[in-house]
Design a protein around this ligand. Structure first.
Ligand code: DGJ
Length: 704
């Protein structure tokens, strides 16, 4: 619901209110974000103003007395007019004027959500239930100089308690405008005792939840790697001191973007807290010719008074209803098994068929042929870019293998890594200019490979054609789309020297273009994103691919943390989770086949170990696991998730997933280590129907 009674603008979701006001200088002010308030004409009682002008602050205009931007809560702050906090927009005009001073001009209101701008992921409208659940507001702002125009878009999704934001900058001047920074979302919160929470990590240790108190100064979480990265997931939560999983105010923010990003939480000397999310600005500079416009990625914000659990469930609902491809909404994910950790590069058709037969016997549903199937690819040093089957390993090509796998009653899936090229490949030999590298410098390699220049339309066409050929050959039900290195040596020969700062964003836009072409050409394929595990796990990818490989680390002790962290934003059905080998290939730690399954079951389950080498006991247990998972798959994948204990705070990870109607639930109780002399524990379950009687069954532990 959007209620306008100017100067007030009230965006209301089921449980939250977001209220803005037009300030005396015409700037849009932030008045309130918190529990839902009833509609009224006058919200002036919420207005905060400093009683005196702090001694050395800058008065905005002689006509407006002590009105100064540094002490205002602002909705889209510019720079150069006395607000010394982080600007949402930094841009240079040809004549050297760098002041950005956007003020309100008009607005547009609509009950339908506009589709995301062409070629960009974003909120899908018309999906979350009744139409009245959704509304959209566009605020039209103009710089006081009259040249630069801004459109601030707000999408209000009532039932998810989500409001999203996107900014369009239009160059209404007569000379080029160079944008050096554009935040998708800027939000100022009033003084408070806040804490911040984020999901940092690295390879095989993604999404390691960290928290801290807000202090004076700026906390910056960013990726400069070309991918959204495991280093900092594009996510930030802010809570009131005292908020826990179930109670208290929690604000969640995320960016629908898969490339470099920047998140800032800055507390000013006046204790105002500024939150900003947007494209990472260190490798970014975008030139706008007169009349041209630039669209920022969309940012998502949610508020819950039910603690971090409530915040996460809002995100989960939003991702399911408004982000992932509609065909996959509530659609159970197949139980797959993957060749990677079973065989790595050491396979031929017969070995693969042996593995496939073992999986089929155990009741699995989809066999994934991972890396190593294309010509010359016997290790990770060659052949990326040449997407033709290796006839030595697969004499009948992908086609015959896929048909043989399907004859076993399984579906077939295949791995690709389209964005990459090996220097030792036919593609590189014929098109070295398609690889990202800076002339005159030896390029640095990551996993022995270079990144293809997706800002070049010819590269997109080549990849589209290559993938179409691969998919047509084997008609896969599933594709794992990998991306195994971070950027270096950024430069594109297709851009002039003074526009090289556009490459990183153009790369991401090229990726989205390629994905949208392929996803619409192959609507029945389940795409799973991957980037050395979870190096690109974000809502931008989920818009095209409904699930993402969470981590290369399948050790359940590590996974407790990784999946727990992931669930702060992403629902279990988006997070690929596999039962790996014993000992784990990442940590060499031993874990029972049961623990490995129990942890992985709280995700999109798969198996990734050599199923041809199982003991009779393991075969028996896995057969039971497969039956159990199939029987409760919808609860595991689509249930409402409650986190009852955090592995980041102690020995336990406890997760409870409940059916929407409260009729059934599953509880997973995991210990990092077994302690002697355990005492009684009391568990308070959540999401239960108070009128119902529940029967509790415990899964018996099976001993060898
Ligand atoms: C990295 C992925 O995360 C792995 O699962 C696997 O697909 C390898 N790449 C293959 O090279």
């Amino acid at each position: 619901m959007i209620q306008l009674s100017l100067p007030y603008l009230h965006l209301r979701t089921r449980n939250s209110s977001y209220i803005m006001e037009i300030l005396p200088g015409g700037h849009i002010g932030q008045l309130y974000y918190g529990p839902a308030l009833s509609s009224r004409e006058d919200y002036s009682s919420l207005h905060r103003e400093f009683a005196i002008m702090p001694g050395n602050e800058t008065a905005y205009s002689p006509q407006l007395g002590q009105y100064n931007l540094e002490t205002c809560l602002l909705e889209f702050p510019g720079g150069g007019k006395g607000d010394y906090r982080s600007p949402a927009l930094i841009a240079r005009r040809g004549d050297g004027d760098r002041v950005i001073d956007p003020v309100y001009r008009s607005h547009r209101l609509s009950e339908d959500l506009a589709e995301p701008p062409s070629g960009m992921p974003g909120t899908r409208g018309g999906t979350g239930g009744a139409e009245s659940d959704e509304a959209m507001l566009t605020l039209l702002l103009e710089d006081t100089r009259g040249d630069l125009k801004l459109e601030l878009e707000y999408r209000v999704l009532e039932s998810c308690d989500v409001i999203t934001r996107r900014v369009r900058v239009v160059n209404g001047g007569e000379a080029d405008l160079d944008i050096d920074r554009i935040a998708s979302l800027s939000l100022d919160l009033p003084p408070g005792d806040y804490r911040w929470h984020s999901l940092p990590g690295k390879w095989i240790a993604e999404k390691q939840l960290q928290s801290g108190s807000i202090r004076f100064g700026a906390l910056e979480l960013s990726s400069r790697r070309l991918v959204s990265s495991a280093e900092h997931n594009p996510f930030l939560a802010i809570s009131e001191e005292g908020t826990d999983e179930h109670r208290g105010d929690a604000y969640g923010f995320s960016l629908i973007y898969s490339g470099n990003h920047r998140t800032v939480a800055e507390q000013s000397p006046h204790r105002l807290l500024r939150i900003q999310l947007g494209i990472g600005d260190e490798d970014f500079c975008w030139r706008l010719a007169p009349g041209e416009s630039f669209e920022s990625p969309e940012a998502v914000m949610t508020f819950s008074a039910e603690g971090f659990g409530g915040m996460s469930r809002n995100f989960h609902r939003y991702i399911e209803d408004h982000i992932i491809p509609p065909a996959w909404r509530r659609r159970p994910r197949p139980l797959l098994f993957n060749s990677w950790e079973a065989l790595y590069f050491d396979f031929d058709e017969e070995k693969l068929m042996k593995l496939a037969r073992a999986g089929a016997k155990l009741g699995m549903e989809l066999f994934v042929l991972d890396d190593g199937w294309f010509a010359g690819r016997n290790d990770d040093r060659s052949s990326l870019g040449d997407w033709v089957a290796d006839r030595k390993k697969l004499p009948g090509g992908l086609e015959r293998l896929a048909n043989r796998v399907r004859a076993l009653g399984l579906e077939f899936g295949v791995w690709v890594e389209p964005e990459m090229v090996s220097p030792d490949s036919e593609l590189y030999r014929s098109h070295p200019e398609w690889a990202i590298q800076t002339p005159g410098r030896e390029p640095s390699l990551g996993r022995n490979q270079l990144i293809l220049d997706l800002s070049n339309p010819a590269v997109i066409d080549y990849l589209e054609e290559s993938m179409n050929r691969v998919f047509a050959a084997c008609n896969p039900a599933y594709v794992k789309w990998d991306m195994n290195r971070c950027s270096s040596d950024l430069y594109s020969p297709t851009l002039p020297p003074d526009r090289q700062g556009e490459l990183a964003h153009r790369y991401v836009m090229g990726l989205y273009e390629l994905l949208s072409r392929l996803v619409s050409a192959w609507p029945d394929i389940l795409f799973e994103g991957c980037a050395s595990g979870g190096n690109r796990f974000d809502m931008g990818i989920l818009y095209y691919m409904p699930q993402i490989w969470t981590s290369d680390n399948t050790d359940p002790g590590s996974r407790m943390k990784i999946q727990h962290g992931s669930s702060w934003v992403y629902p279990p059905h988006c997070a690929g989770a596999h039962v790996g080998s014993d000992p784990s290939h990442q940590l060499l730690r031993n874990n029972s086949i049961e623990t490995r399954f129990h942890v992985a079951a709280f995700g999109a389950l798969g198996y990734e170990l050599n199923l041809t080498k199982l003991s009779p006991f393991e075969r028996k247990v896995i057969t039971r696991q497969v039956e159990l998972y199939k029987a409760y798959r919808e609860l595991f994948q689509f249930g409402e998730l409650y986190r009852l204990a955090s592995p980041f705070q102690g020995n336990l990870a406890v997760w409870q997933t409940m059916a929407d109607d409260g009729s059934a639930g599953i509880l997973g109780w995991f210990q990092q280590s077994q302690e002697a002399g355990s005492v009684y524990e009391t568990l308070r379950l959540r999401g239960l129907d108070p009128g119902a009687t529940y029967r509790i069954e415990t899964l018996p532990h099976v001993f060898n």
